[in-house]
Design a protein around this ligand. Sequence first.
Ligand code: ADP
Ligand code: NI
Length: 218
Amino acid sequence: MATTPEIIEKTIDYVKETMIGESSGHDWWHAYRVWQMAKRIAIAEGADLLVVELAALLHDIADYKLNGGDTTIGPNTARVFLEQIAVSPDVVDHVCDIIATTSFQGAGVPTPMATKEGAIVQDADRLDAIGAIGIARTFAYGGHKGREMYDPNIQPVAHDSFDAYKNNRSPTINHFYEKLFLLKDLMNTDMARQIAEERHTYMKEYVDRFLTEWDGNS
Ligand code: ADP
Ligand code: NI
């Protein structure tokens, strides 16, 4: 049986080699940041560290957004890897369940997490979607998908189904209204709520400034 540090080390190597150099904001460094943040929250919350660390590292290993909308490929890919390195079956199940349920699915679609460990990984992933890094990732994703930055004639939509959210092709600025500004009120843990507040304020100021510059008003 591999020790916990060996399991984490092997997972880091796998995630790094799979995701490094990706250009839509779902690169190795996103996994790294979510891992670091998730560890910090997990220690404060007294959660199972192995589950949190593995789920954080593997949560975007094959994201549906980059795999033709297929939501099963992520958890399945993680399962194959974790079984290969002989992680215990209950840990594999827990980690894969977190990966399958953590994603945002639209403003009107609840995405509750079944366990404390899942809640923590979801918070850490959502914190990396907001603030300075969140802004950068959002424009990187828009460019990667060939989206317009902004079109004042296209209004944001509050999607009430995952399909509507998944299939939308709206300009990047709309994503702030359709997801990013909503996240601070969707955090599960106190620590994430606090961090989100500050990141939210910064991001809001950024978008206000963007819109003011658009019409030559500053
Ligand atoms: P989730 O699983 O909740 O979607 P991810 O970590 O996979 O979270 O990545 C979500 C990030 O991808 C968003 O925060 C944003 O930066 C980018 N993204 C996703 N959809 C869009 C979109 N329609 N326009 C711009 N950026 C997007
Ligand atoms: Ni992510």
